[in-house]
Design a protein around this ligand. Structure first.
Ligand code: FAQ
Length: 332
């Protein structure tokens, strides 16, 4: 399709040249970061900065797109017309987030087609949370409450990320995620205040999604390969464990308010730290889901491959239309 990398070929070459040759560039670049500057698409930047951002933003975009699938499972079975409309709107928002993010990543020089090809071939990562199934309606509430909740805690600091196009995309994404979180919490509240069966359904969903939601923040700091460099570059502002702890501390009172139990017997308020201590996260499960796709990984990729195939004619029509319009403009 179309690249939104805004640089001319000459500018790309000269930026690349600078990156390779100019050790001073690293110092100048770091000084700009330390000064709190925003880096824009046309600015010279170390190749590693470009690569790690392309990696993170494209994984983020893939997560938004794949993230539509667990919820899409409930569009035809939402309990009321109103719930169905809200769910459809939320899923559409996730598609929009994917598009802003692919566009932000394209400004770094990779085409959307290439990034999507990596997703469809199974090469690219996306958040492990979306490889868990959604067998009950309560899961739609829990996804909004916990998954969007975790996404907000993780993404608010990204609104101050040093790379301008990503930071700006995150501002709008976060506003929409806040609304998603509230609609999810409202569904869970309705279930928790409903019949014994409905409350049990909400509890069961919390039991299944709690630990995978904690894994959304990435591996523990000691196992995180990118954190220290990315924090130096102001891409990340906080470590994985720090954000995970923030999410846990914010979510426990919400569960208490609902009369639901967080499935962690080791949760305990730590007076000294002013924070909750929690039990061990099963990192073997996390890495296994990354490696093998867990319960739903194969289905998720299969669904995206089918959508890409079914959409060939739509993309061809859009390209033909764009070509016609541009030919018309040239004549006029
Ligand atoms: N799943 O060195 P780190 C959403 C990988 S959007 C899979 O700590 P980093 C909206 C990581 O890529 C959810 N892989 O990496 C929604 C790296 O592998 P690599 C997505 C993971 O980048 C809601 C390796 O482990 N959000 O929920 C995961 O510094 C509801 C080592 O890790 C974002 O993408 C994982 N959970 O920190 C949609 C936010 N965690 O690339 C629909 C932006 C780590 O070297 C419905 N991303 N890995 O092969 C970030 O903030 C960061 O990239 C982290 C990971 C925090 C995810």
């Amino acid at each position: 399709m179309y690249s939104t990398d805004l640089r001319t070929d000459k500018e790309k070459k000269s930026a690349d040249q600078q990156i390779l040759d100019d050790a001073e560039l690293w110092d100048t670049f770091q000084a700009r970061i330390d000064n709190g500057d925003t880096i824009e698409a046309k600015d010279a930047m170390p190749e590693k900065y470009r690569q790690t951002l392309t990696r993170q933003i494209s994984q983020h975009a893939h997560s938004e797109i794949i993230g539509q699938l667990p919820e899409g499972n409930w569009v035809t079975r939402a309990p009321t017309l109103k719930r169905k409309l809200i769910l459809l709107a939320k899923i559409q928002d996730e598609a929009g987030h994917g598009l802003y993010l692919y566009s932000a990543a394209e400004t770094l020089g990779r085409s959307r087609d290439d990034m999507v090809a990596d997703l469809l071939s199974g090469k690219a990562k996306y958040s492990t949370i979306f490889n868990y199934p959604t067998p009950t309606w309560a899961d739609i509430g829990t996804i909004g409450w916990l998954v969007d909740g975790a996404a907000i805690v993780n993404q608010i600091p990204l609104c101050r990320c040093s790379y301008g196009p990503y930071a700006r995309a995150m501002v709008r994404v976060c506003k929409e995620e806040s609304f998603h979180q509230r609609q999810g919490y409202e569904i869970v509240t309705t279930l928790a205040r409903g019949s014994a069966e409905q409350k049990a359904m909400a509890q069961d969903s919390l039991n299944r999604f709690w630990w995978p939601s904690l894994m959304m923040f990435g591996p523990s700091d000691s196992a995180s390969t990118h954190s220290s460099q990315n924090m130096k570059w102001n891409i990340k502002r906080h470590s994985n464990d720090e954000l995970r702890q923030r999410f846990i501390d914010a979510t426990i009172p919400q569960a208490e308010f609902l009369g639901l139990t967080i499935p962690d017997p080791d949760l305990k308020w730590n007076e000294e730290r002013g924070s909750y201590d929690h039990g061990d996260i099963d990192w073997d499960e996390f890495w296994a889901v990354i490696k093998d796709g867990g319960i739903c990984g194969k289905d998720r990729i299969q669904a995206r491959r089918a959508a890409a195939k079914d959409g060939v004619w739509v993309r061809a029509a859009a390209e033909a239309y764009a070509a016609k319009q541009s030919a018309k403009e040239q004549v006029a």
